[in-house]
Write a protein that binds this ligand. Structure first.
Ligand SMILES: *Cc1c(COP(=O)(O)O)cnc(C)c1O
Length: 394
């Protein structure tokens, strides 16, 4: 289904899915099969020569997975897409597609924990070095970029401080030095942020979060130019991070309501951030939609909505934060994000567990922080849960 002139939610519902399914089915059929029958050996040859209507083995490709790939590519505004068995499979396969021994990666400092581990403990064993620059200032860029630097990897907004990386500036710097730009767009989603349209080469999502949206699935996506996706598809096939047809179906189903859910999460995020900012027990609120956020203007210039992720800081350090999170009656103490259920977690016990005092300071993470992923519940119910929990603080 061509979608050039169609708007976001129409694409979310119809994009990538064939106009007619077998037997008049309205929903995408789940091709839960590992392998495919060929009517004749001449068709095997046609498959090997690249006929896209034929399938051989689900790790290489599958019609249900294909539909999810087309849909996410259209939602991100890119040429082509791939679906993986997890966000981490999407990230590691992308990096291995782009980098060889001797290559370097430049990355903004605040990264998802799994990505940080990949960069710090696995890539160095392959002779791939990662250098870090500040997420806000992008310094010291000139000092760290050289002929071996191949990839500029960013994440915005960052976890858990919700700092904003200047996407336009990243694209301009990368162009000068011929770097491939990669963004982890998970926190923003393609509804709130369209990095490919701003010139980023590759957009990755942990589909586990907002795309699938119901905290019931692990999945990842990658969108980019056709030439890159073709290469990455080969790497996925060999490294084995392909997704299961059932997982692709749940991803497809989740993406259909992405705009509705994220719109509500944007509203909840803004309302809750405003409530928290005025609350006497709160030391600081991190939310890019608040005019008091130091990069609010930049956020407003590159995001269409500010999202459902908020970090709040209470007095009394870990003790205070623990008191708040253990007092919630509605909001769940769980570490993921992006689902319909509101979840809260303590960064020092999850994403930044085991960090030394010094490293926490470097990462700008405090023991009194609570990270909140707003779900789609009614705003007054979430605010009254926060209110009663904060009242428990001395
Ligand atoms: C969860 C997450 C990932 C990893 O995704 P998985 O689906 O858990 O493998 C990567 N980046 C960000 C920003 C995430 O939140």
């Amino acid at each position: 289904m061509k979608s050039k002139s169609r708007l976001f939610s129409t694409i979310a519902v119809h994009g990538g899915e064939e106009p007619k399914f077998p037997i008049g089915a309205v929903a995408q059929p789940i091709y839960q099969t590992s392998t495919f029958v060929f009517e004749s050996t001449s068709k095997v040859k046609r498959f090997q020569e690249g006929d896209p209507s034929l399938y051989l083995y689900t790790r290489y490709g599958n019609p249900t997975i294909r539909a999810a790939e087309e849909k996410i590519a259209q939602l991100e505004g890119g040429e082509a897409g791939l679906v993986f068995t997890s966000g981490m499979a999407a990230i590691s396969t992308t990096i291995l597609t782009l980098c060889s021994t001797g290559d370097k990666i430049l990355a903004t400092r605040s990264l998802y924990g799994g990505t940080h581990h990949l960069f710090m403990s696995i890539l160095p064993r392959l002779g791939i070095q990662v250098n870090y620059i500040d997420s806000e200032t992008l310094e010291p860029f000139a000092k760290l970029v050289d002929r071996s630097t191949k990839v500029f990897y960013i994440e915005t907004p960052t976890n858990p401080n919700l700092k904003i990386v200047d996407i336009k500036k990243v694209v301009a710097l990368a162009k000068k030095h011929n770097l491939t730009t990669v963004i982890d767009n998970t926190f923003a989603t393609p509804y709130n942020q369209k990095p490919i349209k701003m010139g980023i080469d590759v957009a990755i999502e942990s589909g586990t979060k907002y795309l699938a949206g119901h905290s019931d699935l692990i999945v990842g996506t990658v969108v980019g130019k056709k030439s890159f996706i073709k290469k990455a598809s080969y790497f996925r096939k060999i490294l084995g991070g392909s997704c299961d047809p059932m997982g692709a179906y749940f991803l497809l189903r989740g993406m259909k309501t992405l705009a509705l859910r994220v719109e509500k999460q944007n509203q909840n995020g803004m309302a809750i951030a405003k409530f928290l900012e005025k609350h006497p027990k709160i030391k600081r609120v991190y939310y890019p939609g608040l005019p008091s956020h130091p990069q609010h203007k930049l956020a407003a210039s590159q995001m269409q909505g500010f999202g459902g992720m908020i970090t709040l800081e209470v007095g009394g350090g870990l003790k205070g934060a623990t008191k708040v999170i253990d007092s919630f009656k509605l909001i769940l103490n769980a570490s993921s994000l992006g689902g319909v259920q509101s979840l809260a977690s303590l960064p020092v016990l999850t994403s930044h567990y085991g960090f030394s005092k010094e490293d926490l300071k470097k990462a700008d993470v405090s023991t009194g922080m609570v990270r909140l992923s707003c779900g789609i519940e009614d705003t007054p119910d979430l605010i009254s849960d926060l209110k009663q929990a904060l009242n428990k603080l001395k």
